[in-house]
Ligand binder design. Structure first.
Ligand code: FBP
Length: 237
């Protein structure tokens, strides 16, 4: 299996919306250049961007499902592209979000199960974005909820589980233990100031997480390559 410690995530056009972009990072080519020059292990894109912009310079993860911020109902994110399409686009892996605890979690888990099986047949890595969410999940980032989500990712067969930071080194250690042989990647979250961001990265390292799947704190940074270089140093040296 590929060693994926640092994945540059760029599905925010779907998940977060246009206000997150400026004139530079609105252009997928800008992101692909950061991924390459910043030596990311992979870049995570939706099918449309992969089809129209991916140039083969960095390993590709295709995010197979997605939803917009305009949708306000109980969280559900359905499959929008197939594993085969991802493979044909040159992907080494696929990603899928499961909103753990949502009224629709069973639909997403069932879809993920099929994806996992197809990906295994085609030799692709599977990354599960395990995000607890929904009206019955009052504290999506609490230690117990995040550890639960990490464990469910293991149970579902994910090679990597991508989780939110649960607030402390101890809480993340607990989630990492629960993920077992599924490797834990932590998401970066909204763009924060430098000090807060590097404290977060430091805690993620200390907790023994495998790496990060991160977007906005890299490509919204003044100097994305400097951030990338520092991240690489932290997770690889
Ligand atoms: P960021 O590092 O920019 O937070 O990216 C990680 C990510 O999981 C993206 O893949 C996804 O678009 C976004 O976070 C989802 O964020 P939200 O928590 O708003 O649903």
């Amino acid at each position: 299996m590929e060693q994926l410690r640092l994945i540059l995530a760029y599905d925010q056009g779907m998940e977060v919306g246009p206000t997150t972009f400026d004139d530079d990072n609105l252009d997928p080519n800008y992101i692909l250049k950061i991924a390459k020059d910043g030596k990311f292990d992979a870049v995570a894109l939706g099918k449309g961007i992969a089809e129209k912009y991916y140039n083969g310079e960095v390993p590709l993860i295709v995010k197979l499902n997605g939803k917009t911020k305009l949708y306000k109902g109980e969280p559900i994110s359905r499959q929008l592209a197939s594993v085969k399409e991802a493979k044909d686009l040159g992907a080494i892996g696929v990603g899928y979000t499961v909103y753990v605890g949502s009224e629709y979690e069973s639909a997403m888990m069932a879809e993920f199960g099929k994806i996992e099986q197809e990906a295994e047949e085609l030799g692709l890595v599977v990354i599960a974005w395990m995000y607890p969410r929904g009206k019955n999940v009052p504290e999506p980032n609490s230690p117990e909820t995040v550890a639960y989500a990490a464990r469910v990712g293991l149970e579902l067969g994910a090679d990597y589980v991508k989780i939110k930071y649960p607030g402390s080194v101890e809480a993340l250690e607990w989630a990492v233990k629960n993920a077992g042989k599924s490797k834990v990647l932590v998401s970066g979250g909204e763009k924060t100031d430098d000090e807060e961001f590097w404290e977060l990265v430091d805690s993620i390292k200390k907790a023994g997480a495998h790496g990060m799947a991160i977007g906005r704190n890299v490509w919204k940074a003044k100097d994305p390559l400097e951030v990338s270089k520092k991240l690489r140093k932290m997770f690889y040296e």
